[in-house]
Structures are given as C-alpha cells and as structure tokens.
Design a binder for this molecule. Structure first.
Ligand SMILES: Nc1ncnc2c1ncn2[C@@H]1O[C@H](COP(=O)(O)OP(=O)(O)OP(=O)(O)O)[C@@H](O)[C@H]1O
Length: 241
C-alpha cells in the first residue's frame, strides 16, 4: 500500500518563500509600506490558487473575534458596571464607568465613548459550542485540508482566555473541541503498517522489507540498552540505602 501522501492536497502555502522582495529604491514612508504589503498579499492569493477553499481568504488574512464574558458572581456582588455594549455582530461601544463621569466634563466624557469593530463579536450569552462553531470550525476544517492556521487568545488578566481555550470539565473550550474534531476526522484513516520513517522535518520515506527489519533491530537494541541503563541506576540508588 502506498503512503497516503497527496502532495497537492496537503500543500501548505509558504507566504514568505513565494513572495519576491521588491528592490528598495529610496526612503519608504509608512503609506508606501501599507500599499506594498497589500499588493504582496493579493499576489500570494492569486498565485497559489487557494482562494476559493479557504475561509480566511474571503474575510482577510487575519480575523479578530471579540468575546465578551458575563460578570462573575463576585463582580455581580460588587455591582460592577457594564461598560461594553454590543452595537451589532461586528462592533461594540465602550463607555467610561458611570462613577468617573461626575469628574469629567460633558465634552471629555463624550470623547471617551469609543466604537471598536472586529471580524465578529460574541456577546456574554454565547455558549462554548456557539463560540467554537463561529470561530474555530472553519480553520480546523482548513487545517485538515492542508493549510496552516494559527489561533491565539489575547486579553488582560481575568478576561476569560483560559475559559475560552480550555473551558471547564462540564463545558469544554475550543482546544478540546478542536482535538475532538481532528481525532474524529482521522478515524478509520489511520495507516497501521510500520514501514514509514520521518525524513527531514515534514516528509517521510517508505521502507523496504530489509529496511523495516534493520529499523526493528535498531529499536530493539535501544530498548535493551535503556533497560540495562535503568538497571544500573536502580543498583546505584540501592547502594545509597
Ligand atoms: N464565557 C464565560 N462564561 C462564564 N464564565 C466565564 C467566561 N469567561 C470567563 N469566565 C470566568 O471568568 C473568570 C476569569 O476567566 P479566565 O480564568 O479564563 O481568565 P484569563 O484571561 O485566563 O485570566 P489570566 O490571564 O489571569 O489567566 C473565571 O472565573 C472564568 O470561569
């Protein structure tokens, strides 16, 4: 049986390798850099023909989602104030706390009200499942099709990063849900023969029968050696008592 490596399907695009660096002709101002980068990114998308299958391509290379957590019981007891209000599914309004308003002029207080826009905003009532469906499911699907995806949480202490990533035993977060999706997707597709060997960092080679025998005897020799070494350590430990 041939190894199930379909190079085209499992192509992971390398953005760095595929972009030709432009020659620098003189001083560059920030606006030029912005223009250059957007040019390069559109060049990468069209040259690697990945646009139609990737969720991120249609929405931009980076997605920033905001999750607003509910107040904890302690915060409720302390009558914490709600300073964030959801405007729609992509934006929020941030207001200064009420007790700070008395110290501010009307004009300054007005200036402190700010609007922020994200790829998507998830309100305090969002369940772990809804959050996973709305943020992670597509990137995990993309990963299974051979694309690299990076996901991280960012926020001040107590913002809810651990809850979102790890979750609780009763209501798990995006990491266990991702693992579950990955393992379910490989069920029944495992290659059980022991004749593949990692080669360089992300390739592998199929061994001939002789090579399989050679590998097995090397592994057995290493196993014997570790057992002997463990025996020596045990003896040394015993000699201290
Ligand atoms: N979506 C949520 N629903 C209910 N409770 C939440 C939610 N998000 C966070 N919490 C609760 O808020 C508190 C702070 O969350 P968490 O510990 O995840 O914050 P954190 O950002 O990881 O903090 P730190 O950076 O200090 O580790 C915890 O008590 C957690 O259970």
């Amino acid at each position: 049986m041939e190894p199930a490596l379909d190079k085209e399907k499992f192509f992971r695009p390398s953005y760095i390798a595929s972009v030709e660096l432009p020659q620098r002709t003189g001083p560059v101002n920030v606006e030029d850099i912005k223009a250059d980068l957007s040019d390069e990114f559109s060049l990468v998308s069209s040259s690697s023909d990945i646009s139609q299958r990737s969720s991120l391509e249609s929405k931009g290379h980076i997605q920033v989602c905001l999750r607003i957590r509910p107040f904890t019981s302690l915060e409720k007891e302390n009558e914490s104030q709600d300073c964030v209000s959801l405007e729609d599914s992509t934006s929020i309004i941030l207001k200064p706390p009420k007790n700070s308003l008395s110290r501010l002029s009307e004009k300054t207080a007005g200036q402190l009200i700010q609007k922020f826009t994200f790829s998507r905003v998830f309100g305090p009532e969002t369940t772990q499942e809804e959050f996973f469906e709305g943020t992670m499911k597509q990137p995990v699907q993309d990963f299974l099709e051979g694309y690299n995806r990076l996901v991280f949480t960012y926020g001040v202490t107590n913002a809810g990063k651990t809850y979102t990533f790890q979750g609780t035993e009763d209501d798990v977060g995006i990491l266990p849900r991702t693992m579950d999706m990955l393992f379910k997707s490989i069920q029944g597709k495992l290659y059980t023969a022991m004749d593949l060997k990692p080669h360089r960092c992300r390739d592998y080679i199929k061994l001939t029968k002789d090579q399989v025998r050679e590998e097995t005897s090397i592994k057995n020799a290493i196993l014997r050696l570790t057992k002997e070494v463990r025996g020596v350590i045990m003896l040394n430990l015993q000699s201290y008592f």
